[in-house]
Every structure is written in structure tokens, then in C-alpha cells.
Write a protein that binds this ligand. Structure first.
Ligand code: 6GU
Length: 225
């Protein structure tokens, strides 16, 4: 899978992609992620990428020309399954969307800033708009990072245990059960006996029951699905 991230702040993205699971996905060549600095496509001596909004008002709007030049250059090299704009007014990101994106070959993630992007960028280029929740971030970079983490870990071979992404919370509209490791007794707090029993059937039964209980209490909305 190839992901191009168009951003004004590549530095914001570097660390998350250089650690843990996303780093592993890239090192194993199961994913290729490039950061494209939109500033390089800016206009004039100062490489301007934004301008005042028509009609007045506070804040700057990201201009269409630099973004158009950037996306058109990328499209000259690859065919994209989706060109995604990260925006708080996009469709809410969830596990189902992550699962779908993980099947794609090439995607672009466009990170917004300022008061947003010229509406015509959406009309002309964007095929999908994603929000990661009902709150406002200063830019799309952290949201793009969240999307990439959720997607890359689903690519077969990225996680060492193939089954572990399938048992994540949300994969069956269920929250994950509690987990424990050694010591079996910490200051009198004991690990449930069933987990020490060696009876894998009983363990699975217990985990399912715990998942159901937790989901009913914490996320009845998921349970109803
Ligand atoms: Cl995708 N972008 C921004 N700027 N804020 C957000 C968001 C995205 N999702 C939730 N808040």
C-alpha cells in the first residue's frame, strides 16, 4: 500500500511513522508512506499557500492552485483509489472505514489548515472526507496519523500475530476483554482463575462474556448494532 500525505508540516508526522507498528509496516515494505510538503508547490517568491477568504472574515483559506499542482503531479505517477481530505466536517472515522482503506493500493491524505481549503478543491479532487471525532484539531496531520495507524496495522503481515488485529476492540462491534500478565497476584489483586486454568475453551468463553458485559455497560450503542 502506498500513502502520500500532503502537508504543510511534515515534521509533525515524522516521529509517529518512525516508531512501533507503522515503522515496522514500512520497514517490511508492506507500506510506503511519503510526506509531500505543500509549501514546495506554493506561489511566488514566498511560496504562498493561503489567502484571505472572499467575502471577508477572520482566518486564511488554503488556496486551490498549490494543492491542484501537487495532486496533479501525484496523479501523473499513480492511480489513486481515494483522495482523502482530513476535516472535522468529514464522515466519522471508524473501524469499518479503516478496514476498507486497508484494501487499497494507493491513497492520498490531504491535511488541511487555517480556516479550511477552497471549496473547489473538494469538488475537483477529493473523493472522501474523514473526521476522527467531534472536536477541532489545529490541522489534519494528527488525524492523518490516526488514520494511517488504524489502517497500516490491518495489512496482513504487519502485526506479528495475524489474528491479533481481528480480536481488536470494535472488530465485531465489541470492546476487547480485560488482559493480564505476570504476576498472578499483585498486592492481593489476583488474576481471574479461569485464565490460569489452561482450559482454552473456558478462557474463550470467559473473554466473550467479559466483552459482552463491557460493551453493554460502556457502549450500548455498539451493542445494538
Ligand atoms: Cl480530520 N481535522 C481537524 N482539523 N480537526 C479534526 C479532524 C480532522 N477530525 C476531528 N477533528
Amino acid at each position: 500500500m502506498h500513502i502520500d500525505i500532503i502537508t504543510l508540516h511534515p515534521g509533525l508526522l515524522e516521529s509517529p511513522f518512525s516508531h512501533s507498528i507503522m515503522k515496522r509496516a514500512i520497514e517490511k515494505k508492506l507500506a510506503e508512506v511519503t510526506f509531500i510538503n505543500l509549501r514546495e508547490y506554493g506561489l511566488g517568491k514566498y511560496k504562498q499557500v493561503d489567502d484571505a477568504p472572499f467575502g471577508g472574515g477572520a482566518g486564511m483559506v488554503m488556496s486551490i492552485e498549490p494543492i491542484a499542482r501537487c495532486i496533479e503531479e501525484l496523479k501523473g505517477k499513480r492511480t489513486y483509489d481515494e483522495i482523502i481530505y482530513l476535516t472535522p466536517d468529514g464522515e466519522r472515522f471508524d473501524q469499518k472505514t479503516a478496514n476498507g482503506l486497508s484494501l487499497h493500493s494507493n491513497i492520498i491524505l490531504l491535511c488541511g489548515h487555517y480556516k479550511g481549503i477552497d471549496e473547489r478543491v473538494r469538488e475537483l479532487f477529493i473523493t472522501k472526507e474523514i473526521s476522527i471525532g467531534d472536536y477541532v484539531l489545529s490541522g489534519g496531520e494528527l488525524a492523518a496519523t490516526v488514520v494511517c495507524d488504524a489502517v497500516l496495522r490491518l495489512i496482513p503481515g504487519v502485526l506479528s500475530d495475524e489474528t491479533s488485529a481481528l480480536s481488536d476492540s470494535f472488530q465485531d462491534n465489541m470492546l476487547a476483554p480485560p488482559v493480564y500478565t505476570r504476576p498472578a497476584d499483585f498486592r492481593g489483586l489476583r488474576v481471574p482463575d479461569v485464565l490460569l486454568s489452561g482450559d482454552t475453551g473456558k478462557v474463550e468463553e470467559w473473554r466473550l462474556a467479559q466483552s459482552i458485559k463491557k460493551t453493554k455497560i460502556r457502549r450500548p450503542d455498539l451493542f445494538d448494532k
